[in-house]
Design a protein around this ligand. Sequence first.
Ligand code: ADP
Ligand code: MG
Ligand code: ZN
Length: 509
Amino acid sequence: MTTARGAGVAPGAGSTSALDRYEAVIGIEVHCQLRTASKMFCGCSTDYDGAPPNSHVCPVCLGLPGTLPTINRRAVEHVLATGAAIGGTTPEATRWDRKNYFYPDLPKGYQISQFDLPLVSAGSLTFDTSDGPATVQIRRAHLEEDTAKLVHATTTEGRRVSLVDFNRSGAPLMEIVTEPDLRTGEQARRYAEELQLLLRSIGVSDADMERGQLRVEANVSLRPRGTEPFGIRTEVKNMNSFRAVERAIAFEVERQARALDAGETLAQETRGWSDDRGETYVMRSKEDSHDYRYFPEPDLPPLRVEPAWLAEIRRRLPELPAARRARYREALGLSAYDAEVLVSDPDAATLFEATLAADARLDATLDAKAVANWVTGEYLRLRNAAEGPISVGPGDLAHIVGQVAGGTISGANGKDVLAEHVATGRPAGEIIAARGFHQISDASEIDRVVDEVLAANPAAVADYAAGKAQAVGFLVGQVMKATRGQARAELVQSTLRARLDVPGDKVGG
Ligand code: ADP
Ligand code: MG
Ligand code: ZN
């Protein structure tokens, strides 16, 4: 590749982008910590976050000789539920395999995993991108155990040591592997985001990337546009945000394109992502699966999945994000945007549903779109301004939305009531009564206030007469202030305009 080095031209400026010549081929592997009370093959608690090192261990997860694993049923159910949610297939019998390798965080010298008979095969997931919906085929989802954690530290004497914390050792881990179907960093990021939402919605994982509960690895290769065969891939690890996934892939695409342009042969290797430096770096050359000498785990029987068990898990699945978005749009008439905002925010979606349910128990008069507006607007604004979570009674929100929609109180007052309800927990009806809110829709009362405001603000009236249309906004604000926000806004607008626009009418005294 010819870059104008030293010639005062930014590298790549004027040259065609790598993506004009090459197409990226991307497959994603996700490791996800499952939400269970105990570890995968022993009774140790998984509640070790923040606990002292090596306080959640036993002979099994320390890998001591002579111990035997027992299977965590809940972890298996979580993988089966994930499989059902992605439309995958599950064989009636699967089994466990040993993946052999040596590393200090793996005391047994092998990891119990699943090799050629995963619990789930051939699913898919559809997600939205800026280019419209995309679907990725999911090759497999299997169950395995997590490793311990290495802690690299410096002692008070300045000695550098590596310590092993076994609290995480043996925690249940689900690995989900896509086909190499993805073509852009954005698709990869959006897939990972949609998968996170799905895993959270079905309750199998908290899937917090920053806490290592959702670890995303991207396999990236390039091929010249218009050609079929895949190029040599690198596997990128250590991305701990969705943004990092997209950035790391963009970096790899550029790096590989430059190497290919220079006629180099790429190495199949595992690379790390440095978020600070904004680049990937070599970690190690990539193993092939035969390096692991997989063989069936002799300490565990094959895992049978009775059809009735699978059917029960399927039956217990909640409404999935995609179905919920579609229902919000099609049955409730919400915009695609509102549906997306609600579904991607579980608290907002819960409040939305509960508010409609509360209304259904009362008079069932609320428009779902109005409720969605209040939730995506005022509720999220208040919550984002607060330090932690906030609490809104669904009946209270239903009451506020109903009062505003029915014209009993103004929208501005409705917002005040919601804010006070959030701050104090007082019922919305009580707040409205105590503050004496009622909407002023009486034309003669509004006429009277408009008169007063016009008389008190001759400068604004003169501005308007001189062609400054925005003076109306100021005058509307004055009327709302004089009525403590209770005047019906549309009526104030029309009254003011009528008064200001009448030629020759003496306003302002
Ligand atoms: P491993 O288990 O050794 O990482 P797999 O064959 O299971 O290897 O593939 C891992 C991931 O790499 C999958 O998501 C797959 O789609 C993806 N992948 C395989 N070949 C390529 C390639 N040439 N370019 C990009 N991704 C690939
Ligand atoms: Mg891999
Ligand atoms: Zn244990």
